[in-house]
Design a protein around this ligand. Structure first.
Ligand SMILES: [Zn+2]
Length: 248
């Protein structure tokens, strides 16, 4: 399923991390003798099962205030705080982030603790790498492509026009993201809105351009909706259109 995957690919800067995440997923598929990655990716089950890493949900307050996850490299153990189990996207991302330390940072340190994961803006390179590994593990490129098309079909949107629109900085694009694609994608992949948007920023088109440019990302991360534009939006012939005046 990783061959010939269409029009999207990871950015060159994250290729190594992407490969490690893909290797990890492939190992799980092989061990489980299945050919398709189920969604959402069963990250905690796969850490413990096919990847053979000890996994536990525990009170981590002895490691420090607000510690949400820890990876013990030599002991091959991952612990996630019981305090975030009910926050599914955060819990899942933290599991995958710790797995990232396990896969990438064997030679760096023996222990990693985090007070937060998935912020993407952090300066520590190892933390950014683990976040990117987590995003790649939970949102593999071929499945992102498949889900983009599936959302189009689900809402009777024209595939080509709407996927191109998603890359634009327009009210139509913002509407598509916020009203159609983000709710569906965050549900399918079991990830947060922030993680999804950052993932699309790391994804490149064949010409090397980012799927989601930094300025679009900033706008989409802002809470709330621009109501005037959105109230007048309708799907006409499979594409979003702003209807003016009485028509709206
Ligand atoms: Zn970390």
């Amino acid at each position: 399923m990783y061959s010939g995957s269409a029009f999207l690919k990871p950015a060159p800067a994250i290729r190594r991390i992407e490969e490690r995440a893909t290797d990890c997923l492939k190992r799980c598929l092989r061990k489980l003798r299945i050919s398709e990655i189920p969604l959402p990716v069963p990250v905690d089950d796969w850490i413990e099962g096919p990847l053979g890493i000890r996994f536990g949900i525990a009170d981590l307050s002895h490691l420090g205030a607000d510690v949400v996850g820890a990876a013990f490299i030599k002991d091959r153990e991952i612990l996630v705080s019981e305090g975030i189990v009910s926050q599914e996207p955060r819990y899942r991302f933290t599991c995958a982030h710790e797995l990232g330390h396990m896969a990438l940072h064997q030679d760096v340190r023996n222990t990693f603790h985090e007070t937060d994961t998935g912020r993407f803006s952090r300066f520590q390179p190892y933390e950014r790498q683990a976040d990117r590994f987590a995003a790649a593990f939970l949102m593999p490129v071929p499945l992102l492509v498949r889900e983009l098309f599936r959302v189009c079909d689900q809402y009777r949107l024209r595939q080509r026009e709407c996927i191109v629109e998603l890359m634009m900085d327009t009210p139509e694009s913002a509407w598509l993201w916020k009203k159609r694609f983000l709710p569906a994608l965050t549900r399918s992949f079991g990830v947060s809105l922030t993680a999804t948007l950052h993932r699309f920023q790391d994804i490149r088109l064949q010409d090397g351009k980012s799927f989601l440019l930094p300025e679009h990302l900033e706008k989409l991360l802002r809470p709330g909706l621009p109501d005037e534009d959105f109230a007048a939006m309708r799907i006409v012939d499979g594409v979003p259109r702003r209807l003016a005046g009485k028509e709206a």
